[in-house]
Design a protein around this ligand. Structure first.
Ligand code: EPZ
Length: 420
């Protein structure tokens, strides 16, 4: 198991190039099995989660090849319908094969994804949406077993107690594109990856309107064909490095990012006191003390992303004064707090609310990543802390950040990957 050894306290200066979005590449890869033709997905990142998804599709009979950052998918041999526990448990996005296999083969047997450290993460909305389209679903021995003689379009409300679901929207879209008639998804997720998925499916021959709004209208088609698509830059990676610039009181140019996907984060960083300017080839982030505490509530897009909550918490831990962070999407996503407190942070959690009392300086310590974004938050804390921080279990970080330590070292961080 690898760890990161970080000697903190150095302001980061230079340019960081953002890679392709993980949470878009995953559903696109699965969507490509809705035809027998080859599809080409470019600007993919080298990420453990994408490799896990490709391994899962291989078990179903899909052939894939990666050259550089281009993924070629040949689904013509995809006749398997069982997604086994060993592969699904590695990554919840594996559950997307449920909708895609129903769309392709009319049946699927997919291991039930369990809970995880960011919360219980149910899939009731996925199953409800697929049942409304006509799938028969039963849960047996830890597997979701689904089949349908035919899928028929209908009206589906997809919002749960914490708002719209990205995953349920993806699963229903994948099943509905080839269903008979029209499907209307109300309270659909508006996240950028849904818009990109709709664009990709439309370029495969689907007829989807309204992507990026809460109402998606899907006119079912009989056949889809192969397509090409370029993955957009990863907004969560961009936000993470913007915060790296602020937490080290540095000066970074974040290249290759889409500003309109980052507005909620930019707004909060400006409120904290960072100077953020737009340049031809990116967003420049500069910060120096004193910075101000803020209150944040995470929410589905276009709100402040839950996937940036741990990173901004690390920053606020270094901003004197009281900041309050309310987790509006995953009320239990605070596993990183105890590790931050080991570094001298002063954070108290009560249900979905974290009260962060900023300190002058964090102090380096051995800490453990327990999930992807929490791990990224600990790396940021280590970059700002006095002395050495060792972040263990960086395999969590490798799931969603391509070469994090190299990108940070290129802008002046003292960070090394060490194999234990
Ligand atoms: C996606 O997860 C992302 N994953 C997550 O990113 C992200 O944190 C999350 O959306 C929220 O933005 C991918 O895109 C692969 P949801 P997903 O269904 O789709 C509840 C990362 O770090 N809910 O939108 O699983 C759920 O419990 C990852 O990159 C139900 O109640 O999230 C949560 O409270 C981690 N029933 C809320 O909805 C359901 O059937 C939103 O979850 C499904 C979800």
């Amino acid at each position: 198991m690898d760890k990161f050894v970080i000697n903190g306290g150095k302001p980061l200066e230079g340019e960081i190039e953002i890679s392709g979005a993980k949470n878009e590449a995953l559903p696109l890869t699965v969507a490509s099995i809705l035809t027998d033709d080859v599809s080409i997905i470019s600007n993919i990142s080298d990420l453990a989660d994408l490799r896990s998804m490709i391994s899962l599709l291989e078990v179903l009979g899909v052939k894939s090849e990666i050259k550089g950052n281009v993924l070629r998918i040949d689904p013509s041999g995809c006749d398997g319908y069982e997604a086994p526990y060993d592969l699904v448990r590695k990554m919840r996005a594996s559950v997307y094969v449920l909708g895609a296999l129903l769309g392709r083969l009319g049946r699927a047997k997919v291991s039930f994804p369990g809970g995880c450290v960011i919360g219980t993460r149910p899939i009731d909305l996925h199953l409800m949406g697929l049942e409304k389209l006509g799938a028969r679903i039963k849960i047996e021995h830890g597997y979701i077993i689904a089949d349908a003689d035919k899928l028929v379009g209908t009206e589906i409300f997809l919002s749960g107690i914490h708002g719209p679901s990205v995953g349920a929207t993806v699963n229903v879209m994948l099943a509905a594109v080839k269903a008979e008639g029209v499907t209307v998804i109300k309270e659909a997720s508006c996240e950028p990856q849904i818009t990109e998925l709709a664009d990709f499916l439309n370029s495969m021959g689907a007829k989807i309107e309204g992507a990026g709004t809460p109402v998606l209208i899907i006119h079912g088609v009989k056949e889809l064909h192969g397509a090409k698509h370029e993955v957009i830059p990863d907004r969560i990676e961009a936000a993470t490095y913007m915060i790296a610039g602020v937490i080290t009181r540095g000066n970074l140019l974040i290249k290759n990012c889409i500003v309109k996907h980052l507005e909620a984060v930019i707004e909060k960083l400006r409120e904290i006191g960072a100077e953020i300017t737009y340049e031809d080839d990116g967003v420049r982030v500069k910060a120096k003390d004193p910075l101000k505490p803020v209150n944040i509530r995470t929410a589905p897009f276009p709100g402040f992303p839950t996937d940036v909550q741990p990173q901004i918490m690390s920053l606020l831990a270094t901003v004197p004064g009281i900041s309050v962070i309310t987790e509006g999407v995953y009320p239990d996503r605070f596993i990183h707090v105890s590790e931050l407190n080991r570094m001298g942070a002063d954070i108290k959690v009560d249900n979905a609310v974290a009260v962060v009392k900023g300190v002058e300086k964090l102090s380096g310590a051995p800490v453990m990543a327990s999930e992807l974004r929490g791990g990224a938050g600990l790396v940021l804390a280590g970059l700002s802390a006095i002395n050495q921080t060792v972040v263990s279990r960086v395999y969590h970080i490798d799931r969603g950040y391509e070469s994090m330590e190299k990108k940070l070292a290129n802008v002046g961080a003292d960070i090394k990957r060490v194999s234990e």
